[in-house]
Design a protein around this ligand. Structure first.
Ligand code: SAM
Length: 254
């Protein structure tokens, strides 16, 4: 049955599959995907399922064959092309595991294009599990109906990040020290700096003085304040992404 404004119901399950999808294809699912559809969603023969592949777009499929631990979906048609999301990266020092997973999930929902964990002097040895982080990002993308996943970079040393910084990308550096100086208006920074961007957020202990100087020495760096209060790193990340998305992203209709 082709997609219409009323079909499939909003409650139809939506899954990311790491395989190129195409109209008319048959997809056999087992393992966790099958468990989710069969046991959690209690899907039935003929039920609709939305799929996306982060390559070609989103498709509507239906359950063609129902097994005990596997099932076959038949793709009925493409519903959306793979989207292009605003060119914003989140560069953030890892913080406590579950909170960093939370940052990755929220940043995905908010529309970032890339997440880069950055090892800074005061990063408290939070080992991140990329596969776990990516699982949180995929789940967020399934839920918020993205058709493109953010890319997840490997943990990057602070100095390497600066050395390899792209010449054309503004680095909005969230600096909790500048509020009282009156500089760092995010609104003015957004007006003055269009184009590819990144937001840089420090760890619970903040950036060291040396790091602060190195960031400010980067020609592309744009120090910004997130107000007079000291925000937790996860709060700061979400606040900064939201400000950028509202000012330069895809939140305001053209
Ligand atoms: N240095 C303080 C500390 O040791 O608790 C605060 C660090 S804060 C928890 C972590 C990061 O969030 C900072 O490095 C900065 O990137 C960002 N941040 C927090 N509050 C901010 C604010 N009011 N303005 C700009 N950035 C802020």
């Amino acid at each position: 049955m082709p997609a219409t404004p009323a079909y499939p119901p909003h409650s139809a399950p939506r899954l990311y599959l790491d395989v190129e999808l195409a109209d008319g294809a048959e997809i056999r699912l087992d393992g966790s995907h099958a468990h989710y559809l069969l046991k959690v969603m209690r899907i039935k023969q003929g039920d609709p399922v939305k799929l996306f592949d982060d390559r070609t777009g989103e498709y509507l499929a239906h359950v063609a064959v129902l097994g005990k631990r596997d099932l076959i979906l038949m793709i009925d048609g493409k519903t959306r092309e793979r989207e292009s999301v605003p060119d914003l990266w989140l560069c953030a020092a890892p913080i406590k595991k579950d909170r960093f997973n939370w940052i990755a999930e929220k940043a995905t929902e908010l529309g970032v294009d890339r997440i880069m964990p950055v090892q800074t002097a005061r990063t408290q040895g939070q080992a991140i599990k990329p596969e776990k982080l990516r699982a949180h990002m995929i789940e967020a993308a399934e839920q918020c109906e993205r058709t493109a996943l953010p890319s997840l970079e490997p943990l990057t040393k602070f100095t390497d990040m600066l050395e390899q910084w792209p010449a054309d990308r503004h680095l909005f550096f969230a600096d909790e020290r500048i509020h009282e100086t009156g500089e760092g208006s995010f609104r003015k920074a957004l007006v003055a700096h269009d184009g590819p961007a990144a937001i840089l957020i420090g760890p619970e202990g903040g950036f060291s003085d040396a790091e602060n100087e190195m960031i400010r020495a980067l020609p592309q760096s744009v120090p910004v304040s997130l107000g007079p209060r000291i925000l937790r790193a996860d709060t700061a990340a979400i606040a900064a992404i939201s400000l950028w998305m509202a000012g330069r992203g895809d939140w305001n209709p053209a």
